[in-house]
Design a protein around this ligand. Structure first.
Ligand code: PBG
Length: 329
């Protein structure tokens, strides 16, 4: 009791603050999302994500070599698919020589020890911008799950270490796990987007991949029939527990900052690693405010990411990963 206990003693110098700090960010916490496009010599900045780029495979090679040297040893791959290759069932996703499959091989060629995770979802390949097949005003569940399992096999075959289904269809983790077992990919991991909320913070990402849902009669233009309602907490626990039972190695909460209550609750409840995705809209907000001189970019980045880790994240997918390495020097 005061004055016997003066909490400020432990804050009185930088040395003591460093000594007692509970949460420390390091490069090995990060999973770096990368956007891949067709073509050659392409490195185009994403308008709503300043200083983040779509890369063609040649630039992808340079990028992963740079990441490796910086101590960033895990990537999460996304592809931007040209419109003429999109259809309702995302059939291009199964092309053995498709962009994702080539991207996986490109990363492994450039950096054999880089951990490669891949986005498994229909939306970049879907003419409707949905994470499942659209029919009769619905996003079909079981039919979509079958395709997601096939996509996972295709990624594993191309060399992916982990597949990361981001679709929120029911039962997909079990189907993917069984398919991987059946095909002999016993060591391919699954990072499940378990508590993925229907969020307005995904806007810039959908610009990056040109994957926003389109107008379809009788189908909501958002993803609220499969992604979670942001008002819900118990549902996040149920989704996460089910994914673990179905065979997920890592579970994820997404987005980050608005959902740290969920992160802590899941962290307290499960014994698998918990990942958090600090999404594109979170990145864009910081960049925009910093550009205007309204926030201190580096300080805000570190505060937000430390908060995400403090809340219980073992892994953080973040577009700020390279910034962090620069900041912590
Ligand atoms: C799609 C997917 C999305 C993100 C990752 N995978 C967008 C969506 O669900 O529409 C969002 C990532 C971000 O905003 O950074 N399956």
């Amino acid at each position: 009791m005061y004055p016997l206990i003066r909490n400020r003693r432990l804050r009185s110098s930088e040395a003591i603050r460093n000594l007692v700090r509970e949460t420390i960010i390091s490069p090995s916490d990060f999973l770096v999302p990368l956007f891949v496009v067709e073509g050659k010599g392409i490195k185009e900045e994403i308008a709503s994500m300043p200083n983040y780029y779509r890369l063609s495979l040649d630039h992808l090679t340079n990028e992963v070599k740079e990441l490796w040297k910086m101590g960033l040893h895990s990537v999460l791959l996304f592809v931007k698919v040209p419109d003429n290759l999109k259809d309702n069932s995302g059939s291009e996703a199964l092309n053995e020589n498709g962009l994702m499959q080539l991207a996986i091989k490109t990363v492994k060629n450039a950096c054999p020890d880089m951990l490669v995770m891949t986005d498994v979802a229909l939306d970049p390949y879907s003419s409707y911008g949905h994470d499942g097949i659209v029919a009769d005003g619905q996003i079909l569940n079981d039919e979509s799950v079958e395709i997601l399992a096939e996509i996972s096999i295709s990624h594993a075959k191309a060399g992916a270490d982990f597949v990361a289904p981001s679709d929120m269809m029911d039962g997909r983790i079990l189907s993917i796990r069984e398919a991987l077992e059946d095909e002999g990919y016993l060591n391919t991991g699954i990072m499940a987007y378990s508590a993925k909320y229907a969020s307005a913070f995904y806007g810039p990402f959908r610009d990056a991949l040109d994957s926003a849902p389109v107008d379809i009669k009788n189908v909501p233009k958002d993803k609220s029939t499969y992604q979670m309602d942001y008002a819900n907490r118990f549902e996040a626990m149920r989704e996460t527990q089910m994914d673990i039972e179905e065979g997920a190695d890592i579970v994820m909460v997404k987005p980050g900052l608005c959902y740290l209550d969920i992160v802590r609750e899941i962290k307290n409840d499960v014994d698998v690693p918990v990942a958090v995705y600090q999404v594109s809209g979170e990145y864009a907000m910081v960049k925009a405010a910093a550009e205007k001189g309204w926030l201190n970019h580096d300080a805000v980045v570190m505060e937000q990411l430390t908060a995400i880790k403090r809340a219980g994240a073992n892994i953080i997918a973040s577009y700020f990963a390279k910034d962090v390495v620069r900041i912590i020097g």
